[in-house]
Design a binder for this molecule. Structure first.
Ligand code: NAG
Ligand code: NAG
Ligand code: NAG
Ligand code: NAG
Ligand code: NAG
Ligand code: NAG
Length: 412
């Protein structure tokens, strides 16, 4: 083996721990989640809504101005409008993400609004989104980061639906939220590599002996086919080591592949599936860019030697950390440019890069349990700088997703 440059070695040393927390955050968590059934206030607006199908009116103000790149902008303090929901108001939030309830002393991370340069994001309207999703299935596919986008969207819409008219089911590898009167479902499907792998089992999976089948997707694909809107994501599980065991073309021959090469082959398999299986007239497909990690504080604070722990403010200047792999971003961009079906990129990497303050840090879980006092006193080892608190950054991903969905409606 040739020696790696030192920064690479850091990546090798640090990603494994960070990933260890991912193992038990997969759908495994699903079984441990204890749903509280909070009494919901009955919404009169909803009562009217469910009996009458209202036309979806997208006002001029809700339309993103031509030429505005919603992914470029800055975070502005807005404690009047944010957060859009609270830990208390959303009964479906899992313990992993409720940072405040888990002891995080500050709540500033809940009060930032994403402000694109040159236009405004439309205000999130849960009833409007549910009307758009009427008689439809929206499915998020990916790892636990993607699952937090699912969790966030469920929280964003659930408050307008009365008890008894909404449900959350766990049918591994899926998690399914239903809004009965809209005949709409929002689902999460666990597939951390998008293609098939030995980590697909909902509860029994490990990053340590990953083995990815770079050209296998048919079994997953069969479960995705009925979805009207699909949002894919896959990143952090690839990044454990520079090499990854995989099969390709020969199902019984396992070889080590460079992660970059393997990722490209996997996404090609995915792109072929999209072309063969998606009907662009009736289905929509999105792909999420990489969710950044904040594992090394020296990247934003020269001379420091920590991680995301203790950070309480976003970065307010140009910033790009080494946690967002440019080769991987490049592969995604390249492939989306070639795939013959319109797949839209949710390019959330840059806006999330600024949010070193948004991670669960020591206020999340490890192996299904909150950190012990002892572990909390050692944030350098135990802080989780991959996952995000909710309410928090994934809400913004959904606000942008919502804005794009509205845009489509307007065009019809
Ligand atoms: C909102 O932020 C402003 C400015 O930091 C502060 O003065 C005010 O007390 C905050 N309001 C609430 C409700 O937290
Ligand atoms: C409910 O939605 C599904 C798609 O998710 C659709 O196939 C079905 O026809 C809908 N049911 C009714 C009664 O509209
Ligand atoms: C988990 O998977 C491994 C290897 O795939 C297997 O040996 C083990 O028995 C499984 N454990 C459980 C509890 O199913
Ligand atoms: C993997 O491939 C990329 C792109 O070809 C290259 O830059 C990188 O050095 C390779 N890594 C290893 C560990 O071989
Ligand atoms: C690939 O699998 C072999 C055999 O199990 C193992 O020795 C090797 O360390 C694995 N490589 C990686 C990158 O995990
Ligand atoms: C995603 O956004 C970043 C930063 O705004 C930009 O540099 C990059 O080119 C974008 N990627 C794609 C594929 O558009």
């Amino acid at each position: 083996m040739t020696p790696q440059p030192s920064s690479d070695r850091r990546i090798q040393n640090l990603f494994p721990f960070a990933l260890a927390s991912l193992l038990i955050l997969g759908t495994a968590r699903v079984f441990l989640d204890n749903l509280k059934n909070n009494q919901q206030k009955f919404s009169r607006q909803f009562e009217r809504h469910r009996t009458v199908r209202l036309p979806i009116i997208v006002s001029d103000e809700e339309v993103i101005e031509e030429g505005c790149n919603v992914f470029e902008g800055q975070w502005v303090w807005d404690n009047l409008s944010y957060p859009l929901y609270t830990e208390e108001s959303c009964p479906y939030l899992v313990k992993q993400v409720t940072c405040r309830r888990n002891g995080r002393p500050d709540s500033f991370y809940q009060n930032w609004r994403w402000q694109p340069h040159g236009c405004k994001l439309p205000r999130f309207n849960a009833l409007k989104l549910l009307e758009i999703l009427r008689d439809k299935r929206l499915m998020f596919v990916g790892d636990s980061v993607q699952r937090s986008m699912f969790d966030s969207l469920v929280c964003l819409v659930q408050s307008v639906i009365p008890d008894g008219k909404k449900s959350l089911q766990k049918i591994p590898p899926r998690k399914i939220f239903r809004a009965e009167d809209f005949n709409a479902s929002i689902e999460f499907y666990w597939a951390p590599f998008v293609v098939e792998s030995n980590s697909d089992h909902a509860t029994n999976h490990t990053v340590l002996r990953r083995m990815v089948n770079l050209d296998s997707i048919a079994n997953h694909g069969r479960q995705w086919e009925g979805a009207d809107i699909l949002v894919f994501e896959s990143y952090v599980w690839w990044m454990y080591e520079p090499l990854i065991n995989a099969t390709y073309k020969a199902p019984h021959t396992v070889q080590e592949y460079n992660v970059t090469t393997a990722y490209r082959l996997a996404l090609e398999t995915w792109a072929n599936w999209v072309e063969a299986s998606i009907n662009p007239d009736t289905q929509k497909v999105f792909f999420m860019s990489t969710s950044p990690t904040h594992l090394w504080s020296w990247e934003w604070k020269a001379g420091s030697d920590g991680n995301c722990f203790g950070e309480s403010r976003p970065i307010q200047r140009p910033y790009w950390g080494s946690g967002s792999n440019l080769d991987i971003m490049g592969i995604v961009k390249d492939l989306l440019g070639h795939v013959k079906v319109d797949v839209r990129l949710l390019n959330i990497t840059q806006l999330s890069e600024y949010r070193k303050d948004g991670h669960t840090s020591i206020y999340g879980e490890r192996k299904g349990k909150l950190l012990t006092t002892e572990q909390r006193s050692d944030p350098k080892t135990y802080a989780d700088c991959i996952h995000w608190c909710l309410p928090g950054v994934p809400d913004t991903w959904n606000e942008i997703f919502y804005a794009l969905m509205l845009q489509d409606y307007r065009r019809l």
